[in-house]
Design a binder for this molecule. Structure first.
Ligand code: PHE
Ligand code: NA
Length: 444
Protein backbone atom coordinates (compact mmCIF):
# COMPACT_ATOMS: atom_id res chain seq x y z
CA UNK A 1 0.00 0.00 0.00
CA UNK A 2 1.19 3.52 -0.80
CA UNK A 3 2.06 5.42 2.31
CA UNK A 4 -0.18 8.35 3.20
CA UNK A 5 1.43 11.72 2.49
CA UNK A 6 2.54 14.24 5.13
CA UNK A 7 3.60 17.88 5.09
CA UNK A 8 7.32 18.20 4.42
CA UNK A 9 7.77 20.90 7.04
CA UNK A 10 5.90 22.50 9.90
CA UNK A 11 6.05 25.85 8.10
CA UNK A 12 4.50 24.11 5.12
CA UNK A 13 1.48 23.10 7.18
CA UNK A 14 1.12 26.55 8.74
CA UNK A 15 1.32 28.29 5.36
CA UNK A 16 -1.17 25.90 3.79
CA UNK A 17 -3.59 26.50 6.66
CA UNK A 18 -3.12 30.27 6.45
CA UNK A 19 -3.68 29.96 2.70
CA UNK A 20 -6.96 28.20 3.40
CA UNK A 21 -8.06 30.77 5.94
CA UNK A 22 -7.05 33.84 3.96
CA UNK A 23 -9.38 33.99 1.01
CA UNK A 24 -12.32 35.69 -0.62
CA UNK A 25 -13.86 35.98 2.83
CA UNK A 26 -11.12 38.36 3.90
CA UNK A 27 -11.18 40.58 0.82
CA UNK A 28 -14.54 40.12 -0.86
CA UNK A 29 -16.72 40.17 2.25
CA UNK A 30 -14.94 41.31 5.42
CA UNK A 31 -14.01 44.95 4.63
CA UNK A 32 -17.50 45.87 3.47
CA UNK A 33 -19.16 43.98 6.24
CA UNK A 34 -17.03 45.81 8.80
CA UNK A 35 -17.45 49.22 7.25
CA UNK A 36 -21.22 48.96 6.96
CA UNK A 37 -21.94 47.37 10.32
CA UNK A 38 -20.37 49.76 12.75
CA UNK A 39 -16.69 49.80 11.81
CA UNK A 40 -14.44 48.93 14.69
CA UNK A 41 -17.46 48.08 16.83
CA UNK A 42 -18.17 45.24 14.37
CA UNK A 43 -14.49 44.36 14.36
CA UNK A 44 -14.68 43.98 18.13
CA UNK A 45 -17.61 41.55 17.89
CA UNK A 46 -15.75 39.68 15.17
CA UNK A 47 -12.62 39.41 17.33
CA UNK A 48 -14.63 38.15 20.27
CA UNK A 49 -16.15 35.49 17.99
CA UNK A 50 -12.68 34.49 16.75
CA UNK A 51 -11.45 34.16 20.33
CA UNK A 52 -14.48 32.56 21.94
CA UNK A 53 -15.61 30.21 19.17
CA UNK A 54 -13.17 30.29 16.26
CA UNK A 55 -9.84 29.43 17.87
CA UNK A 56 -11.20 26.79 20.27
CA UNK A 57 -13.05 25.11 17.38
CA UNK A 58 -9.97 25.33 15.14
CA UNK A 59 -7.92 23.53 17.80
CA UNK A 60 -10.69 20.97 18.10
CA UNK A 61 -10.46 20.21 14.37
CA UNK A 62 -6.67 20.00 14.61
CA UNK A 63 -7.01 17.48 17.42
CA UNK A 64 -9.41 15.28 15.44
CA UNK A 65 -7.20 15.42 12.35
CA UNK A 66 -3.83 14.83 13.91
CA UNK A 67 -4.97 12.14 16.30
CA UNK A 68 -6.50 10.09 13.51
CA UNK A 69 -4.14 10.86 10.61
CA UNK A 70 -6.92 10.07 8.20
CA UNK A 71 -9.63 11.96 6.25
CA UNK A 72 -12.37 13.82 8.08
CA UNK A 73 -15.03 11.10 7.84
CA UNK A 74 -12.87 8.06 8.55
CA UNK A 75 -11.29 10.01 11.42
CA UNK A 76 -14.30 9.35 13.65
CA UNK A 77 -14.07 5.60 13.00
CA UNK A 78 -10.38 5.63 13.72
CA UNK A 79 -11.04 7.43 17.01
CA UNK A 80 -13.41 4.62 17.93
CA UNK A 81 -16.59 6.71 17.59
CA UNK A 82 -18.08 5.59 14.27
CA UNK A 83 -21.55 6.79 15.22
CA UNK A 84 -20.19 10.36 15.01
CA UNK A 85 -18.75 10.05 11.51
CA UNK A 86 -21.72 11.99 10.18
CA UNK A 87 -20.06 15.12 11.59
CA UNK A 88 -17.16 14.68 9.20
CA UNK A 89 -19.62 14.00 6.41
CA UNK A 90 -21.51 17.23 7.07
CA UNK A 91 -18.23 19.10 6.87
CA UNK A 92 -17.21 17.40 3.64
CA UNK A 93 -20.60 18.18 2.10
CA UNK A 94 -20.15 21.77 3.31
CA UNK A 95 -16.83 21.97 1.45
CA UNK A 96 -18.42 20.55 -1.66
CA UNK A 97 -21.25 23.05 -1.43
CA UNK A 98 -19.06 26.05 -0.69
CA UNK A 99 -16.56 25.36 -3.44
CA UNK A 100 -19.35 25.34 -6.03
CA UNK A 101 -20.03 29.07 -5.68
CA UNK A 102 -16.63 30.11 -4.31
CA UNK A 103 -15.25 29.08 -7.67
CA UNK A 104 -17.79 31.26 -9.49
CA UNK A 105 -16.53 34.30 -7.59
CA UNK A 106 -12.99 33.10 -8.39
CA UNK A 107 -14.02 33.21 -12.05
CA UNK A 108 -15.13 36.85 -11.70
CA UNK A 109 -11.74 37.62 -10.22
CA UNK A 110 -10.00 36.11 -13.25
CA UNK A 111 -12.27 38.20 -15.46
CA UNK A 112 -11.30 41.38 -13.63
CA UNK A 113 -7.58 40.58 -13.81
CA UNK A 114 -7.71 40.53 -17.57
CA UNK A 115 -10.33 43.26 -17.74
CA UNK A 116 -7.76 45.49 -16.06
CA UNK A 117 -5.02 44.10 -18.26
CA UNK A 118 -6.86 45.32 -21.33
CA UNK A 119 -8.32 48.35 -19.57
CA UNK A 120 -11.92 47.80 -20.71
CA UNK A 121 -13.16 47.32 -17.16
CA UNK A 122 -12.42 50.98 -16.38
CA UNK A 123 -14.95 52.46 -18.77
CA UNK A 124 -18.08 51.55 -16.85
CA UNK A 125 -17.36 49.30 -13.85
CA UNK A 126 -20.95 48.80 -12.75
CA UNK A 127 -22.08 47.76 -16.22
CA UNK A 128 -18.99 45.65 -16.66
CA UNK A 129 -19.70 43.73 -13.49
CA UNK A 130 -23.32 43.34 -14.53
CA UNK A 131 -22.31 41.90 -17.88
CA UNK A 132 -19.68 39.44 -16.64
CA UNK A 133 -21.13 38.27 -13.30
CA UNK A 134 -23.71 35.92 -14.74
CA UNK A 135 -23.96 34.03 -17.99
CA UNK A 136 -22.07 31.56 -20.16
CA UNK A 137 -18.81 33.47 -19.82
CA UNK A 138 -19.06 33.42 -16.04
CA UNK A 139 -19.60 29.66 -16.29
CA UNK A 140 -16.53 29.28 -18.50
CA UNK A 141 -14.35 31.24 -16.06
CA UNK A 142 -15.80 29.23 -13.18
CA UNK A 143 -14.59 26.16 -15.10
CA UNK A 144 -11.14 27.70 -15.54
CA UNK A 145 -10.86 28.53 -11.84
CA UNK A 146 -11.89 24.97 -10.99
CA UNK A 147 -9.34 23.59 -13.44
CA UNK A 148 -6.49 25.45 -11.72
CA UNK A 149 -7.76 24.24 -8.32
CA UNK A 150 -7.92 20.65 -9.56
CA UNK A 151 -4.41 20.84 -11.01
CA UNK A 152 -2.83 21.90 -7.72
CA UNK A 153 -4.74 19.31 -5.68
CA UNK A 154 -3.91 16.59 -8.22
CA UNK A 155 -0.21 17.19 -7.57
CA UNK A 156 -0.63 16.13 -3.96
CA UNK A 157 0.03 17.48 -0.49
CA UNK A 158 3.75 18.14 -0.67
CA UNK A 159 4.22 18.81 -4.39
CA UNK A 160 0.88 20.52 -4.90
CA UNK A 161 -0.70 22.26 -1.93
CA UNK A 162 2.42 22.81 0.17
CA UNK A 163 4.57 24.02 -2.70
CA UNK A 164 1.88 26.34 -4.07
CA UNK A 165 0.96 27.94 -0.74
CA UNK A 166 4.62 28.46 0.13
CA UNK A 167 4.68 31.05 -2.67
CA UNK A 168 1.09 32.19 -2.50
CA UNK A 169 0.78 33.24 1.13
CA UNK A 170 3.88 35.47 1.28
CA UNK A 171 2.85 37.05 -2.04
CA UNK A 172 -0.60 37.90 -0.71
CA UNK A 173 0.84 39.63 2.34
CA UNK A 174 3.53 41.55 0.45
CA UNK A 175 1.16 42.71 -2.29
CA UNK A 176 -1.54 43.77 0.16
CA UNK A 177 1.02 45.69 2.22
CA UNK A 178 2.19 47.44 -0.93
CA UNK A 179 -1.39 48.30 -1.90
CA UNK A 180 -2.15 49.57 1.62
CA UNK A 181 0.88 51.88 1.50
CA UNK A 182 -0.21 53.05 -1.91
CA UNK A 183 -3.76 53.74 -0.69
CA UNK A 184 -2.30 55.67 2.26
CA UNK A 185 -0.61 58.12 -0.10
CA UNK A 186 -3.86 59.05 -1.82
CA UNK A 187 -5.40 62.36 -0.80
CA UNK A 188 -8.72 61.79 0.94
CA UNK A 189 -7.77 58.38 2.31
CA UNK A 190 -8.08 59.70 5.87
CA UNK A 191 -11.86 59.83 5.71
CA UNK A 192 -11.78 56.16 4.76
CA UNK A 193 -9.76 55.15 7.81
CA UNK A 194 -12.13 57.10 9.96
CA UNK A 195 -15.19 55.47 8.47
CA UNK A 196 -13.61 52.02 8.62
CA UNK A 197 -12.25 52.11 12.11
CA UNK A 198 -14.30 54.56 14.13
CA UNK A 199 -16.61 52.56 16.37
CA UNK A 200 -20.32 52.96 15.86
CA UNK A 201 -21.72 50.98 18.74
CA UNK A 202 -25.29 51.92 17.88
CA UNK A 203 -24.94 50.20 14.49
CA UNK A 204 -24.11 46.99 16.32
CA UNK A 205 -26.53 47.25 19.23
CA UNK A 206 -29.52 48.39 17.15
CA UNK A 207 -29.20 45.35 14.93
CA UNK A 208 -27.54 42.99 17.36
CA UNK A 209 -29.83 40.10 16.43
CA UNK A 210 -28.46 40.07 12.90
CA UNK A 211 -25.05 41.73 13.24
CA UNK A 212 -23.75 39.44 15.98
CA UNK A 213 -24.51 36.16 14.17
CA UNK A 214 -23.18 37.70 10.95
CA UNK A 215 -19.91 38.55 12.69
CA UNK A 216 -19.71 35.07 14.19
CA UNK A 217 -20.51 33.39 10.87
CA UNK A 218 -17.86 35.43 9.14
CA UNK A 219 -15.32 34.63 11.88
CA UNK A 220 -15.91 30.90 11.43
CA UNK A 221 -15.98 30.99 7.64
CA UNK A 222 -12.84 33.06 7.65
CA UNK A 223 -10.95 30.58 9.82
CA UNK A 224 -12.04 27.71 7.55
CA UNK A 225 -13.55 25.76 10.42
CA UNK A 226 -16.67 23.60 10.11
CA UNK A 227 -16.06 22.27 6.61
CA UNK A 228 -13.67 19.48 7.59
CA UNK A 229 -10.82 21.37 5.93
CA UNK A 230 -8.75 21.91 9.05
CA UNK A 231 -9.37 18.31 10.16
CA UNK A 232 -8.02 17.19 6.80
CA UNK A 233 -4.99 19.49 6.82
CA UNK A 234 -4.06 18.46 10.38
CA UNK A 235 -4.35 14.79 9.39
CA UNK A 236 -1.15 15.17 7.40
CA UNK A 237 0.76 16.28 10.52
CA UNK A 238 3.21 14.41 12.72
CA UNK A 239 3.18 14.62 16.50
CA UNK A 240 5.98 17.12 16.98
CA UNK A 241 4.03 20.35 16.48
CA UNK A 242 2.36 22.50 19.05
CA UNK A 243 -1.18 22.64 17.72
CA UNK A 244 -1.97 25.58 19.99
CA UNK A 245 0.94 27.68 18.72
CA UNK A 246 0.11 26.84 15.11
CA UNK A 247 -3.57 27.60 15.61
CA UNK A 248 -2.79 31.00 17.11
CA UNK A 249 -0.38 31.84 14.29
CA UNK A 250 -3.05 30.96 11.75
CA UNK A 251 -5.83 32.91 13.47
CA UNK A 252 -3.70 36.01 13.98
CA UNK A 253 -2.46 35.98 10.38
CA UNK A 254 -5.97 35.56 9.04
CA UNK A 255 -7.35 38.46 11.07
CA UNK A 256 -4.37 40.60 10.13
CA UNK A 257 -5.01 40.02 6.42
CA UNK A 258 -8.71 40.81 6.80
CA UNK A 259 -7.98 44.11 8.53
CA UNK A 260 -5.23 44.85 6.00
CA UNK A 261 -7.60 44.23 3.09
CA UNK A 262 -9.91 46.84 4.59
CA UNK A 263 -7.00 49.25 4.82
CA UNK A 264 -6.60 48.84 1.06
CA UNK A 265 -10.20 48.84 -0.09
CA UNK A 266 -11.85 51.46 2.11
CA UNK A 267 -9.31 54.32 1.72
CA UNK A 268 -9.26 53.63 -2.01
CA UNK A 269 -13.01 54.18 -2.18
CA UNK A 270 -12.94 57.30 -0.04
CA UNK A 271 -10.01 58.79 -1.92
CA UNK A 272 -12.14 58.52 -5.05
CA UNK A 273 -15.02 60.18 -3.19
CA UNK A 274 -17.20 57.12 -3.44
CA UNK A 275 -18.07 56.28 0.14
CA UNK A 276 -20.06 53.37 1.38
CA UNK A 277 -23.44 52.74 2.86
CA UNK A 278 -26.56 54.83 2.37
CA UNK A 279 -26.14 57.09 -0.61
CA UNK A 280 -22.71 55.72 -1.40
CA UNK A 281 -21.92 53.69 -4.47
CA UNK A 282 -22.47 50.36 -2.87
CA UNK A 283 -25.27 51.27 -0.56
CA UNK A 284 -26.35 48.34 1.48
CA UNK A 285 -22.71 47.59 1.45
CA UNK A 286 -22.02 43.92 1.16
CA UNK A 287 -23.52 42.85 -2.15
CA UNK A 288 -21.67 40.32 -4.23
CA UNK A 289 -20.36 43.00 -6.58
CA UNK A 290 -19.27 45.52 -3.93
CA UNK A 291 -15.56 44.95 -4.01
CA UNK A 292 -15.47 44.56 -7.79
CA UNK A 293 -17.46 47.64 -8.64
CA UNK A 294 -16.18 49.75 -5.76
CA UNK A 295 -12.48 49.17 -6.27
CA UNK A 296 -12.73 49.47 -10.03
CA UNK A 297 -14.66 52.72 -9.86
CA UNK A 298 -12.09 54.07 -7.43
CA UNK A 299 -9.21 53.08 -9.68
CA UNK A 300 -10.85 54.59 -12.74
CA UNK A 301 -9.91 57.94 -11.20
CA UNK A 302 -6.22 57.27 -11.70
CA UNK A 303 -4.38 58.08 -14.92
CA UNK A 304 -4.73 55.18 -17.39
CA UNK A 305 -1.74 52.95 -16.92
CA UNK A 306 -1.55 53.41 -13.14
CA UNK A 307 -5.17 52.26 -12.86
CA UNK A 308 -4.42 49.18 -14.92
CA UNK A 309 -1.31 48.23 -12.98
CA UNK A 310 -2.89 48.68 -9.56
CA UNK A 311 -6.00 46.84 -10.73
CA UNK A 312 -4.06 43.84 -12.02
CA UNK A 313 -2.04 43.69 -8.79
CA UNK A 314 -5.15 43.99 -6.61
CA UNK A 315 -7.25 41.38 -8.39
CA UNK A 316 -4.19 39.19 -8.93
CA UNK A 317 -3.77 39.16 -5.16
CA UNK A 318 -7.43 38.31 -4.66
CA UNK A 319 -7.06 35.48 -7.16
CA UNK A 320 -4.10 33.97 -5.34
CA UNK A 321 -5.98 34.22 -2.04
CA UNK A 322 -9.05 32.56 -3.56
CA UNK A 323 -7.02 29.69 -5.01
CA UNK A 324 -5.14 28.95 -1.81
CA UNK A 325 -8.57 28.51 -0.18
CA UNK A 326 -10.30 26.62 -2.98
CA UNK A 327 -7.60 23.95 -2.98
CA UNK A 328 -8.30 23.28 0.70
CA UNK A 329 -12.02 22.90 0.04
CA UNK A 330 -11.35 20.41 -2.72
CA UNK A 331 -8.74 18.54 -0.68
CA UNK A 332 -11.25 17.90 2.12
CA UNK A 333 -13.40 15.98 -0.35
CA UNK A 334 -10.58 14.36 -2.35
CA UNK A 335 -8.81 12.96 0.71
CA UNK A 336 -11.92 11.01 1.69
CA UNK A 337 -12.14 9.20 -1.64
CA UNK A 338 -8.39 8.69 -1.91
CA UNK A 339 -8.05 7.30 1.64
CA UNK A 340 -11.17 5.20 1.74
CA UNK A 341 -11.46 3.84 -1.75
CA UNK A 342 -7.77 3.79 -2.70
CA UNK A 343 -8.56 5.89 -5.76
CA UNK A 344 -5.68 7.70 -7.37
CA UNK A 345 -5.50 11.34 -6.57
CA UNK A 346 -5.40 13.01 -9.99
CA UNK A 347 -8.49 11.41 -11.56
CA UNK A 348 -10.35 11.78 -8.26
CA UNK A 349 -9.59 15.49 -8.13
CA UNK A 350 -10.64 15.88 -11.78
CA UNK A 351 -13.87 13.92 -11.34
CA UNK A 352 -14.88 15.80 -8.19
CA UNK A 353 -13.90 19.10 -9.78
CA UNK A 354 -16.31 18.33 -12.61
CA UNK A 355 -19.21 17.50 -10.31
CA UNK A 356 -18.61 20.57 -8.14
CA UNK A 357 -18.37 22.68 -11.26
CA UNK A 358 -21.80 21.45 -12.33
CA UNK A 359 -23.27 22.24 -8.93
CA UNK A 360 -21.92 25.79 -9.36
CA UNK A 361 -23.42 26.36 -12.80
CA UNK A 362 -26.69 27.85 -11.47
CA UNK A 363 -24.64 30.32 -9.39
CA UNK A 364 -22.67 31.23 -12.50
CA UNK A 365 -25.84 31.85 -14.48
CA UNK A 366 -27.69 33.88 -11.87
CA UNK A 367 -26.17 35.71 -8.89
CA UNK A 368 -29.38 35.15 -6.92
CA UNK A 369 -28.40 31.47 -6.76
CA UNK A 370 -24.92 32.38 -5.62
CA UNK A 371 -26.33 34.50 -2.80
CA UNK A 372 -28.61 31.64 -1.81
CA UNK A 373 -25.79 29.06 -1.74
CA UNK A 374 -23.63 31.44 0.26
CA UNK A 375 -26.44 32.18 2.72
CA UNK A 376 -27.25 28.52 3.37
CA UNK A 377 -23.57 27.63 3.64
CA UNK A 378 -22.55 30.35 6.06
CA UNK A 379 -25.63 30.65 8.24
CA UNK A 380 -26.74 27.01 8.35
CA UNK A 381 -24.12 24.42 7.39
CA UNK A 382 -21.34 26.28 9.12
CA UNK A 383 -22.77 26.83 12.61
CA UNK A 384 -24.34 23.35 12.64
CA UNK A 385 -21.02 21.76 11.71
CA UNK A 386 -19.05 23.81 14.23
CA UNK A 387 -21.58 23.05 16.95
CA UNK A 388 -21.19 19.33 16.32
CA UNK A 389 -17.38 19.49 16.27
CA UNK A 390 -17.34 21.39 19.56
CA UNK A 391 -19.81 18.95 21.11
CA UNK A 392 -17.79 15.98 19.92
CA UNK A 393 -14.39 17.20 21.02
CA UNK A 394 -15.63 18.60 24.33
CA UNK A 395 -17.98 15.88 25.52
CA UNK A 396 -17.09 12.77 23.55
CA UNK A 397 -13.32 12.91 23.12
CA UNK A 398 -12.79 14.80 26.34
CA UNK A 399 -9.57 13.78 28.08
CA UNK A 400 -8.28 12.24 24.87
CA UNK A 401 -8.52 15.63 23.18
CA UNK A 402 -6.53 17.23 25.98
CA UNK A 403 -3.89 14.56 25.61
CA UNK A 404 -3.64 15.19 21.87
CA UNK A 405 -3.45 18.95 22.27
CA UNK A 406 -0.53 18.52 24.66
CA UNK A 407 1.51 16.36 22.28
CA UNK A 408 4.49 18.24 20.93
CA UNK A 409 4.43 20.86 23.68
CA UNK A 410 6.33 21.06 26.93
CA UNK A 411 3.53 22.96 28.64
CA UNK A 412 1.42 21.61 31.47
CA UNK A 413 -2.23 20.72 31.28
CA UNK A 414 -3.77 23.88 32.72
CA UNK A 415 -4.35 25.60 29.40
CA UNK A 416 -5.61 22.47 27.65
CA UNK A 417 -8.03 21.89 30.53
CA UNK A 418 -9.30 25.47 30.28
CA UNK A 419 -9.79 24.85 26.57
CA UNK A 420 -11.69 21.62 27.20
CA UNK A 421 -14.01 23.15 29.77
CA UNK A 422 -14.44 26.17 27.53
CA UNK A 423 -15.55 23.90 24.70
CA UNK A 424 -17.95 22.08 26.97
CA UNK A 425 -19.59 25.24 28.25
CA UNK A 426 -19.03 28.74 26.87
CA UNK A 427 -18.09 27.78 23.32
CA UNK A 428 -20.96 25.35 23.01
CA UNK A 429 -23.49 27.86 24.30
CA UNK A 430 -22.13 30.67 22.16
CA UNK A 431 -22.37 28.65 18.97
CA UNK A 432 -25.82 27.46 19.97
CA UNK A 433 -26.92 31.07 20.36
CA UNK A 434 -25.56 31.91 16.91
CA UNK A 435 -27.38 28.95 15.46
CA UNK A 436 -30.64 29.92 17.12
CA UNK A 437 -30.42 33.48 15.80
CA UNK A 438 -29.68 32.25 12.30
CA UNK A 439 -32.59 29.84 12.40
CA UNK A 440 -34.80 32.63 13.56
CA UNK A 441 -33.63 34.89 10.72
CA UNK A 442 -33.94 32.21 8.08
CA UNK A 443 -37.20 30.57 8.97
CA UNK A 444 -39.24 32.71 11.30
N1 PHE B 1 -11.55 30.88 4.83
C1 PHE B 1 -11.85 31.10 3.44
C2 PHE B 1 -12.10 32.58 3.22
O1 PHE B 1 -12.13 33.36 4.13
C3 PHE B 1 -13.01 30.27 2.96
C4 PHE B 1 -13.00 28.86 3.37
C5 PHE B 1 -13.96 28.38 4.24
C6 PHE B 1 -12.02 28.00 2.93
C7 PHE B 1 -13.94 27.07 4.68
C8 PHE B 1 -11.99 26.68 3.36
C9 PHE B 1 -12.96 26.23 4.24
O2 PHE B 1 -12.29 32.97 2.10
NA1 NA C 1 -10.47 34.04 5.82
Amino acid sequence: MVERETWATRAGFILAAIGSAVGLGNIWRFPFQTATNGGSAFLLVYLVAVLVIGIPALLGEFVIGRRSNINAIEAFNKLGRPQWAFIGAIGVIGSFWTLSYYSVVGGWVIRFVYGFGSGVVLDAPQEYFGSVAAGPEAAALHALFMLITVTIVALGIEDGIELATKFMVPSIVVLLLGLAVYAFTLPGAGAGYEFYLSPDFAAVSNNAMTVVPAAAGQALFSLSVGFSVMITYASYLGKDDSLTADGLTIAVSNTFVGVLAGLVVIPLLFAAGIGIGDGGLVSGGGGAGAVFVGVTTALADLPGVAAQVVGVVFFGTVLVAALSSSISLLEAVVSYLVDNYRLSRAPTAAGLGTVIFLLGVPSALDTAWLTWFDGIGVSLFLPVAVFLVVLFVGWILGAEAVDELRQGTSGGSTLPMVWLWGLRTVVLLAILAVLALNFYDLFL
